[in-house]
Write a protein that binds this ligand. Structure first.
Ligand code: NCD
Length: 334
């Protein structure tokens, strides 16, 4: 519905700092590393008894969720609260839009409440970009997942989880497995992994769930787990996005599990120290075996914990990028 274009013209300020966070595509290695370093500094804080810092004190963050979500919404909410912001969660799908209010009117109403940041989840690709290009200049927009397009905070929490377990990206071979076709997570992960310098990024899935021309993103394509997982250090499973499949792309869930489900048997194809990740919500016995999901090589719960730190990092960075822009508007790049 909305065409995302030129993300960095809008998501960076005139000094090249983040002022919105819409996509990992096109961001520099330095900026992605700054997000990870900032998030790292928040991680220890989560373990302390007093979990708050005053970086967003007096600011209002609105979580605008046009599509249902549990872990993304709750970790954004916790992140904003740990930055001392006031937080409002709006489930738009069941409120104003069903009463016929347009998106523009919803935004104007929220701006009139002096909101400083919108965290947006929407079923249409480009929605967060569309909102960022229309809000008043002092509002920061964070993309919490738009259609099949991007889910940049998910990708960055995955990068943080990888870095904390494996250190450097340079030697790593990473495989992304499953429904690549419908996955905003996969797209954001591929951009981030390539920019951070992973030695090889692979996608593995049935032909019907692989986008055409995916090789153009700089990945190696496999339709078979045995060859695809060979020598891999990190395995990133995806959820089957059944709500986005409008035709029969799969023979059956059990067939998918037999061929692509992460089982003890298939994990043995990868390196002995390979780790397994999944953005959640996981479907046990469809994408992943319980013994793997709950086992010692699974990083699934670390991903959730790290998500709070990454969301704190991008929220505080975008807010300070906005402030810098407001203080030096005459330097604004065209
Ligand atoms: C992802 C999403 O919504 O895109 N989940 C999440 O953010 N927790 C992945 C998914 O739903 O499959």
């Amino acid at each position: 519905m909305f065409e995302p274009q030129d993300p960095n013209r809008i998501q960076l300020n005139s000094k090249g700092q983040l002022r919105h966070f819409l996509t990992t595509e096109g961001l520099s290695r330095e900026l992605l590393t700054e997000i990870l370093d900032t998030a790292d500094s928040f991680i220890d804080m989560g373990a302390k008894q007093i979990k708050k810092v005053p970086l967003l004190r007096g600011r209002t963050v609105v979580n605008l969720f046009f599509e249902a979500s549990t872990r993304t919404l709750s970790t954004f909410e916790l992140a904003a609260k740990r930055l001392s912001a006031d937080v409002l969660n709006l489930n738009i799908s069941t409120s104003s839009t069903s009463k016929g209010e347009t998106l523009k009117d919803t935004l104007m109403t929220l701006e009139a409440m002096h909101s400083d940041m919108f965290v947006v989840r929407h079923a249409d690709s480009g929605a967060a970009h569309f909102i960022a290009s229309r809000v008043t200049p002092d509002v920061a927009v964070i993309n919490a997942g738009d259609g099949r397009h991007a889910h940049p905070t998910q990708a960055m929490l995955d990068m943080l989880t990888i870095r904390r377990h494996k250190g450097d990206f340079a030697p790593l071979k990473v495989a992304i497995v499953g429904d690549i076709l419908h996955s905003r997570v996969a797209r954001s992960q591929i951009h981030a992994l390539r920019t951070l310098g992973a030695s090889e990024v692979r996608v593995i899935g049935p032909k019907t769930l692989l986008p055409r021309h995916i090789e153009a993103m700089g990945v190696k394509v496999f339709t078979d787990m045995r060859s695809g997982l060979q020598d891999v250090d990190v395995i990133m499973m995806l959820r089957l996005q059944k709500e986005r499949m409008n035709s029969a792309l799969l023979p059956s869930e059990s067939e998918f599990y037999r061929l692509y489900g992460m089982t003890t048997e298939k994990l043995a194809y990868a390196r002995p120290d390979a780790v397994v990740m999944h953005p959640g919500p996981i479907n046990r016995g469809v994408e992943i075996e319980s013994a793997i999901a709950d086992g010692p090589r699974s990083l699934i719960l670390d991903q959730v914990t790290n998500g709070i730190a990454v969301r704190m990092a991008v929220m505080s960075m975008a807010m300070s990028g906005q402030t810098v822009e407001r203080q030096h508007p005459h330097e604004q790049a065209q």
